[in-house]
Ligand binder design. Sequence first.
Ligand code: GUN
Ligand code: FE
Length: 425
Amino acid sequence: GAIFHLLDDPETIGADQATQYFADGMLILEDGFVRACGKRADLEPGLGTGAEIVDHSGSLIMPGFIDTHIHFPQLDMIASFGEKLLDWLERYTFPEEAKFADPAHAEECANFFLEELLRNGTTSALVYGTVHKESIDALFGAAYKRGMRIVAGKALMDRNVPEAVRDTAESGDLDSRELIEKWHGKGRLGYAVTPRFAPACSDDQLTRAGKLLAEIPDLLMHTHMAENTSEMDWVKTLYPDAKDYLDVYAKFGLLTDRSVFAHCIHTGGEVFQRMAEHGAAVSHCPTSNLFLGSGLFNLREAEKYGVKVGLGTDVGAGTSFSMLQTLNEAYKVSHLKGHALDPYKSFFLATLGGARALNMADKVGNFEDGKEADFIVLDMAATPLLKRRLKTCTSIDETLFVLSMLGDDRTISHTYIAGECRYSK
Ligand code: GUN
Ligand code: FE
């Protein structure tokens, strides 16, 4: 089939240098790793006699999508009507998350969740659990079975939330450590220290989170920041001495090159500058930001300061598991911010950019020799309209743009994890 991937950010070295497209391409895999990617005519003659050939002619092959922010326990309350962030949390989210004290419920949801990721062409994700360690046990168990590269953590939340979803600074720390011991580095799994957001965590809890992050060198840190104006006001009241929201996290040692901050809408300038200096990443979640009426992320501004950016669905505030649908709304948000998001840049954000945001670009994100073979096959005739519109495209960037506007789960025909087909339509 045709193959597209990115070697780098198209804006730093130019699209010509950063992208590779082979209209009649071949991807050579060995033991779940990419060995070569190029023109079929160049690579086919060198294949050994034992090589198994899988033909995806007529389709487009690209690296699997990387979702840099998603909540697996919010599956059953996606599309809940009417509220903005803080009321949405109280009314819908916390009651739903309380159900994850039950390991059987957690396991059933974890399996559905991962199948839904695969069905949407998402091969890696940074995932929130609930406050219960059972939620993450269930998710990691299910991800391990499927061989997926998943990073996740139990949510730390010891104040300003209902009793049923509250831990303590001490229990949250112990549970995180137990999960790290059990799962971190097992197969392709990784742990993220996951304070829910500053208003839900005591100083003691954030202090312990910072210590844990400093203790273990390859953990990630995953939280929310500057999503909603009422949240911004609340943080100001809780931390009157902090320079700004980022400074709250920074004071507890949570601003690092392993930190991922979802949203970052009501901020910019000097805050982005500090994030870039520390190598922290933003997860941009357009479907969620529009659904909750949170605001419009300024991607251009984040890039001006050199902040790492990935894309997140943020299900259940986000309205789709599909990273193609997420690109659709990212384009519209950037348009309202005065900038038309380039299709190469879009697919960079959904793949290699996301891998960089999660510090896993040495392992996944494109088809460089030695990367883990997580990739997807796109059905260019998935719907009558998509088929019709793609026929009129005369270049790969136009094709990519149309895919990002019209594509969704139906567009994903196969999803491969470490060289194994784990989903086919
Ligand atoms: N801020 C704190 N918790 C959440 C959550 O579950 N979803 C979103 N979108 N923002 C949050
Ligand atoms: Fe979120």
